[in-house]
Design a protein around this ligand. Structure first.
Ligand code: BES
Ligand code: MN
Ligand code: ZN
Length: 479
């Protein structure tokens, strides 16, 4: 993790980045740059719209970036995050280990820049044996900005560390992160953050008759787990708890409806919902937010071996519902349903689940946002949409019309685990909503959990998208 701290003024023996916008260009340049640099920047910007400069001095770099700020603050902040990613890459490529950053823009933008830089500095390199490919040069970031306080940087660090943990969990293959080791990771985080944790093993899950989790686990040699984490600070602003539920499929082969071709690639990431929710709770506790939150994290892999569950099976779920299995690849909803039904016992004010649930969600809006649905949670959803823009983990709300309910009615049981050829993300949401009796938000992160291309500040592989959204939502709603 990159170190971040605050400098009162720029030092002249450390590489520096000056971030300007159109309005403060002259003032920034005369404040932070030499006369020669300032003249050059002004000229190149006016003549060629050049907006990024790297002056290589004898002992350090001076970088200048000019941001074209948007009218909408949330869009501008995202531009700053992306600049953070770009600068981090520049530093890596040029062996810059220390960088001080000065800017006259508003504090929130500088925090965005810092977040982008920290997020981009993440790499998953535990398995690279070539030392040259392992070394990550960047070490220290120093912020020169009047309004940025050490507390802001501490909070940012907590969130970025939680994000790194989630990304590691998702990037690790199932040989390392199975249901049990996932739960053990949650346990160490809980211990560090002062969160209560209970890990149910297979025996306990059997005793509780969580039929959905057990059905999916039948093809596996690894045991399932059901993890319950509770963070309840003395001072909390919600009288009834918030429950976070996450899909913890540690590997999704599809089961007997085995995934063809390269559809199975990346299915180690099918526990991204659980990892992200678990790590979000960790961040919330480390930030000491005044909110009572519980996380329910069911976990197993989905495999076709042994006594694997089959199409045609009728599964008796935790709440007594009989589910007809029509596709063993619709396994996420089977394990989530038990957790959602279990959540009723907390009399929650709101339950949010997060899951890499459907290819349909990913196809519908691509990697640019989270597909969401809600039941009796309109107000919560409005706040969440605003937060989604702020952290740029945007939400697209899909309809939850009554007509979709009919699509999952089973001829021989209560409901079936898949609907028609269309609206797969909605019928999946409807299946989950069947097990709820409280204000409910469903987040389908199938399109955003993994990044294919090394763009902006995310890098390739796991993104932990949704973590900053949940933290910001709870922080905003229960201020
Ligand atoms: N984990 C997958 C969904 C997924 C696909 C996530 C691609 C990320 C990338 C899920 O378990 C699944 O297989 N869903 C099926 C449901 C269908 C069988 C009703 C799907 O979307 O095809
Ligand atoms: Mn599946
Ligand atoms: Zn899955």
């Amino acid at each position: 993790m990159v170190n971040i701290d605050k400098y009162i003024t720029l030092k002249d023996d450390v590489s520096a980045l000056i971030i300007c916008n159109k309005e403060n260009l002259n003032e920034s340049l005369s404040m932070f740059c030499s006369k020669q640099q300032a003249d050059y920047v002004r000229q190149m910007y006016e003549q060629h719209k050049k907006d990024f400069f790297d002056f290589c001095l004898t002992d350090r770099y001076v970088l200048v970036a000019i941001v074209k700020e948007d009218e909408l603050p949330y869009k501008t902040k995202e531009l700053y995050r992306r600049l953070g990613g770009k600068v981090l890459r520049f530093c890596d490529n040029n062996f810059i280990k220390d960088l001080q950053v000065a800017s006259l823009t508003v504090k929130d933008n500088i925090l965005g820049f810092t977040e982008g830089m920290l997020n981009c500095s993440y790499i998953f390199d535990y398995y690279k044996t070539d030392p040259e490919r392992m070394i990550h040069p960047f070490d220290n970031l120093h912020i020169v900005h009047n309004d940025v306080e050490p507390k802001d940087l501490d909070e940012l660090r907590i969130i970025c560390e939680a994000t790194e943990k989630a990304r590691d969990l998702v990037n690790e293959p199932v040989t390392v992160i199975n249901a049990e080791t996932l739960a053990h990771n949650f346990a160490s985080m809980a211990q560090e953050a002062g969160i209560n944790i209970e890990i149910w093993d297979k025996q306990k899950i059997e005793k509780e008759k969580m039929g959905g989790i057990l059905a999916v686990n039948r093809g596996s040699v690894d045991n399932p787990t059901f993890t319950i984490m509770e963070y309840k600070p003395e001072k909390h602003n919600n009288s009834k708890p918030i429950v976070l539920v996450g899909k913890g499929i540690t590997y999704d082969t599809g089961g007997l409806n085995i995934k063809p071709g390269d559809y199975m690639n990346d299915m180690k990431s099918d526990m991204a919902g659980a990892a992200t929710m678990g790590c979000a709770l960790y961040a919330i506790a480390m930030l000491k937010l005044p909110v009572h939150v519980i996380a329910l994290l069911p976990a197993t892999d989905n495999r076709p071996n042994h006594n694997a569950y089959c199409s045609g099976d009728i599964i008796n779920m935790y709440d007594g519902t009989n589910v007809e299995v029509v596709n063993t690849d619709a396994e996420g909803r089977m394990i989530l349903a038990d957790a959602l039904a279990y959540a009723k016992k907390y009399n929650p004010s709101l339950v949010i689940d997060m899951a890499t649930l459907t290819g349909a969600a990913s196809r519908a809006i691509g990697p640019f946002g989270i597909v969401a649905m809600q039941k009796d949670a309109e107000n919560f959803m409005e706040v969440m949409k605003t937060c989604g823009k702020k952290v740029y983990e945007r939400i697209a709300e899909f309809p939850f019309w009554d007509e979709y309910d009919k699509l999952i009615v089973s001829d021989i049981a209560d409901i079936k685990n898949s609907g028609e050829k269309y609206a797969g993300m909605i019928t999946a949401g409807k299946f989950l909503a069947y097990f709820t009796s409280y204000p409910y938000i469903h987040l389908d992160i199938a399109g955003v959990a993994m990044n294919e291309h090394d763009t902006d500040y995310a890098g390739t592989g796991a993104t932990a998208t949704g973590l900053r959204l949940i933290v910001d939502f709870l922080r905003t709603y229960y201020k």
